[in-house]
Design a protein around this ligand. Structure first.
Ligand SMILES: *Cc1c(COP(=O)(O)O)cnc(C)c1O
Length: 358
């Protein structure tokens, strides 16, 4: 077996130790005589797995009892609808910040349900910066403000949290668990699992409890946060295997020393990659320095004709999925929690070598 370095934006790398444990337990889970995938979601094993996953997730992010943690399905993209359907209450308007492709998708979907006010946009600068907070055109009658703390495609990350008078809603799909945050600053946080949590198919929402129970009468039962909250996320069959895998990832994160420890490693990984890109004349990253993502590092080559060769040779050297998103072009290295520092070192070595031959 030889594992390669996987820089995929999502579904993304998982810790090898987690995959090893899952493999060892795959066919016969802890002598139960069957696989987790074959168990009733009401079985004591699965209930215990779900409870431990939630407890460890709460511990990692220091989530208080004022918040419900919901294990959902449908990906972050379903949350684009769930958020207005659950949070508008008797209001009609919602504020959105537009900092990239994922913000745009959230805005487009919300327009089906709400009067969307885009408070600020960096589209004019091709999403390479974050609009200064004092330029935001906030609506005091908005039901909530939605933003995307890390734009996975553009590689743009908020290193600060907006302070607003309405509930703050964050699509943290590609930044959750990468560093400590203060959950108390948020009304709702949601994330698809396939970047920093586990396999695709699981979506996690952290919902301040006073925001439950305000869903629109048109809200489908399955999209109503209250349904999941009332049923321990088991109103219907939840993604049991994804919850198990996520639980292993949470345990792995705790074993690494928790989010403060993983942040130190993530900063070191990102810093050395950006530093190398900035000191090279051959590679470039377009994002303003203060808003560069810790998780997703897009970069271009001085000569785009060499993109194909770069991708072929990097793959040959054991580095997968470095192709940039079609809307940005060039390359993108996603360096989530499970991408080891050695992968970043290997990438930099490869980039140096490629540049010297170009
Ligand atoms: C990947 C991603 C999404 C889409 O997630 P799905 O689970 O595929 O719906 C949405 N927002 C952000 C920030 C993402 O990184």
């Amino acid at each position: 077996m030889s594992r390669k370095y996987n820089f995929c934006a999502g579904p993304a790398a998982l810790p090898e130790a987690v995959l090893q444990q899952a493999a060892a337990e795959l066919v016969d889970y802890q002598s139960a005589g069957l696989s987790i995938m074959e168990m009733s979601h009401r079985s004591p094993e699965i209930v215990a797995i779900a409870e431990k996953a939630e407890a460890d997730f709460r511990e990692l992010l220091d989530i208080s009892n004022d918040y419900a943690v919901l294990f959902l399905q449908g990906g972050a993209s379903t949350q684009f609808a769930s958020v207005p359907l659950n949070l508008l209450g008797d209001k009609t308007a919602a504020d959105y910040v537009n900092t990239g492709q994922w913000s745009k998708k959230a805005i487009k979907e919300a327009k089906r349900f709400a009067d969307v006010n885009v408070v600020a946009s960096s589209e004019d600068s091709n999403f390479t910066s974050i609009p200064a907070f004092d330029s935001w055109n906030l609506n005091k009658d908005a039901a909530y403000l939605h933003y995307t703390p890390n734009e996975t495609i553009g590689g743009v990350e908020f290193m600060w949290t907006p302070e607003v008078d309405v509930p703050l809603v964050a699509d943290m799909s590609s930044t959750i668990l990468s560093r400590p945050i203060d959950v108390n600053q948020f009304g709702v946080i949601y994330a698809g699992a396939q970047k920093n949590i586990g396999p695709a198919g699981l979506t996690i929402a952290i919902v301040r409890k006073d925001l439950l129970g305000k869903s629109s009468s048109h809200c489908p039962t399955m999209l109503d946060y209250q349904t999941a909250a009332d049923n321990d996320s088991m109103y219907n069959t939840p993604p049991t295997y994804g919850m198990y895998l996520a639980g292993l990832v949470f345990q792995w994160l705790k074993d690494q020393g928790g989010l403060a420890a993983i942040e130190t490693i993530n900063c070191r990984k990102a810093d050395k990659l950006y530093h190398f890109i900035d000191t090279s004349d051959f590679y470039a990253n377009p994002v303003e320095v203060a808003s560069r993502s810790l998780m997703n590092v897009p970069f271009t080559l001085a000569n785009a004709d060499l993109d194909k060769q770069f991708l072929a040779e990097s793959e040959q050297a054991g580095m997968l999925n470095l192709k940039g998103h079609r809307s940005v072009g060039g390359m993108r290295a996603s360096i989530y929690n499970a991408v080891p520092e050695a992968a970043v070192d290997a990438l930099i070595d490869f980039m140096k070598d490629f540049e010297s031959r170009a």
